[in-house]
Design a protein around this ligand. Sequence first.
Ligand code: AMP
Length: 114
Amino acid sequence: MSDCIFCKIVSGDIPSKKIYEDEQVIAFHDINPQAPVHILVVPKKHVSGVNELAAGDEALVGHVYGVIARLVRELGVAESGYRVVVNSGADGQQSVPHLHFHVLGGRLLSWPPG
Ligand code: AMP
């Protein structure tokens, strides 16, 4: 989508602190980190959010989690712990309408979330 900020990061039109990329996903550091480790894992295909996932996207979501499992090891939080968050819609405070998986770690994360 031409007006989507994460599509522009995927295309390279907007720079990012990229830490991983393959044919299906890109991962980069969040511009406004909420924890010592805060990355976003983003499918390259434009899907607005969880509600817009279609039949056939299961493999993509599974791949995202495989990438997350790899990156948390590389980032050193696999053993200490981390959180994967997908904010959805208005109550979920999703601000970028392109599906993305926050991975937060490197500190004790409070629960329940606010
Ligand atoms: P959400 O509110 O769940 O939709 O998350 C969107 C996230 O994208 C926020 O944590 C923002 O800080 C992050 N973000 C927005 N623009 C950029 C950008 N250009 N580079 C990296 N992260 C961004």
